[in-house]
Design a binder for this molecule. Structure first.
Ligand code: S5P
Length: 493
């Protein structure tokens, strides 16, 4: 078959696989315990016979291209069984069937079918990661006296499976590599460049080496690397600021006068990546104050987060975001949102974010200087720092799924642990102190080291530890140093 026609078939097949959910992007735990940004589930093929037939035909073509010589085929159970069956029937090649468990009665066979010792059997597999499952099947077939020199896989995850099988004398032919699949899906507009980068980063960090167990943890990425794989432009901006300014400190200025807030912010601006405010406790709020916040953010390079904790139905949340005295959407880059009401609250805020673009350009021309200044996004509250909060682990998991489904507005999480391995989001922790453990009102504190090094979160949110300190600038510097040092040490682990 001409190369171009084959490529067009594969592009179409890649799209088919995506549309039947045989390929998914997000955050998944593999059998090995590794967290992966991509998941292949070719088991669903049995419900899509046309796609199954195409996959099987491509496996046949790949075996022929690789000049594999064989008398029979055997699929690695279970997913490759229907693939091997289809190929066997379509091309009239005898099939053998490996049992997952040897029968404990009757013939005790581990391979079913007419075995001819000394004949050649081709192993068929859907996805290869380390090559372990293919090799297990090879060994069973060899025990039966069959000769196995070749295997064909539909998708090679490029995590060293091919090289490891080579070491065992097995040539692995593949229909597609992950790199090819990503490029086909990107060129057809199914996934974006950030997803491609994230999967490639994962593949690179999770190679299997002969005789060595696979890494159980994904590599810790730097802030710069996180910026490259972030889903939301504000997540990218925040990681870039953290990298450039060497700070993961978010100051929570819970003061009540505009003047005090702006003065403190001007003093500690160089040491923070973001400021968090509770605008509803500010006694003399004005639009001028909001504009000044934005201007300080541009001068010192930090983002503005309004800790509104939206928690109502979409329609009400929209009004709260755009209207009233505060008109939050016009000045806050980010807002906090409870996942409690369900995804409607996130979608409703996302739908009005463009108001920011129109108004900011009229009222604050200088804001146009920064591309990110008119971006809007939210942080989902997945966990709380207060003692006895009611956010169960199921609630937290559901919040992560909600974020996955709304990546165009969710920038990350407020949480006290890294609630997901998804590197495309940011994880920020409130309740941070250098020495205190509680405040007498059920707030619970962690140290910067506990937050970043032990719990794996990206940023520390500090309130009273800074604005109530005798010397707020010195306090901010101490938190900045402690937080950043914990991050540097985490990278060394
Ligand atoms: O779970 C939470 C979520 C948030 S946003 N726990 C929190 O403490 N916060 C906020 O972080 C809280 O509203 C306050 O503004 C800040 C913590 O302030 P601190 O003075 O205790 O550091």
């Amino acid at each position: 078959m001409p190369v171009l026609a084959r490529q067009m078939d594969l592009v179409e097949l890649s799209q088919d696989l995506f549309s039947i959910n045989a390929v998914k992007f997000g955050n998944f735990t593999l059998k090995s315990g590794i967290q992966s940004p991509v998941y292949f589930d070719l088991r669903v093929l049995v419900s899509h016979p046309t796609v199954l037939a195409k996959v099987s035909e491509q496996i046949w073509l790949a075996a022929n291209r690789g000049r594999a010589v064989f008398d029979s085929v055997c699929g690695v159970p279970y997913t490759a069984l229907p693939l091997a069956t289809q190929l066997s029937v379509q091309h009239n090649v005898p099939m053998l069937m490996k049992r997952n468990e040897a029968k404990d009665h009757g013939t005790k066979k581990s391979v079913e079918g007419s075995i001819i010792p000394g004949s050649k059997c081709l192993v068929i597999e859907d996805v290869v990661t380390s090559g372990g499952s293919v090799y297990e099947t090879v060994q069973v077939l060899q025990k039966e006296g069959l000769i196995v020199t070749d295997a064909v896989v539909f998708l090679d995850r490029e995590q060293s499976g091919k090289a490891r099988l080579k070491e065992k004398g097995i040539t692995l032919h593949s229909v597609l590599t992950v790199t090819q699949l990503l490029s086909f899906l990107e060129s057809s507009g199914v996934i974006d460049a950030a997803t491609v980068a994230r999967v490639q980063e994962f593949v690179k960090a999770n190679q299997f080496t002969a005789g060595v167990q696979p890494q159980l943890k994904t590599k810790v990425l730097t802030y710069e690397e996180r910026a490259a794989v972030a889903y939301h432009p504000l997540c990218k901006t925040l990681f870039t600021i953290m990298h450039e300014k060497k700070t993961n400190l978010i100051v929570s200025i819970d003061l009540t006068s505009c003047k005090e807030i702006l003065k403190l912010l001007n003093d500690i601006g160089p040491y923070i990546c973001m400021v968090k405010v509770h605008v509803d406790i500010v006694e003399d709020f004005s639009r001028e104050f909001a504009n000044n916040l934005g201007q300080l953010g541009l001068n010192h390079n930090f983002l503005v987060l309004e800790d509104r904790k939206f928690a109502d139905i979409g329609n009400t949340a929209q009004h709260q975001y755009t209207g009233g005295v505060f008109q939050i959407v016009h000045w806050a880059n980010l807002v906090t949102v409870h996942s409690l009401p369900g995804p409607g609250v996130v979608k409703s805020l996302r739908d009005v974010r463009n108001l920011a673009k129109n108004l900011s350009s009229k009222c604050i021309p200088t804001m146009l200087q920064a591309a990110h200044a008119r971006e809007r996004g939210c942080l989902l509250i997945a966990e709380m720092s207060s003692k006895g909060h009611l956010l169960s682990s199921d609630y937290t998991k559901a919040s992560v799924s909600m974020a996955q489904e709304n990546k165009d507005f969710v920038v990350g999480f407020i949480c006290t642990h890294k609630v997901s391995e998804d590197a495309g989001f940011i994880y920020l922790t409130p309740g941070v102190s250098l020495s205190q453990r509680t405040d007498g009102l059920d707030q619970q504190y962690l140290t910067p080291e506990e937050v970043v090094k032990v719990r794996g979160c990206d940023g520390i949110i500090v309130g009273r530890g800074i604005y109530q300190a005798a010397n707020a600038v010195e306090a901010a510097i101490s938190f900045q140093k402690a937080g950043y040092q914990a991050y540097e040490e985490l990278l060394q682990l």
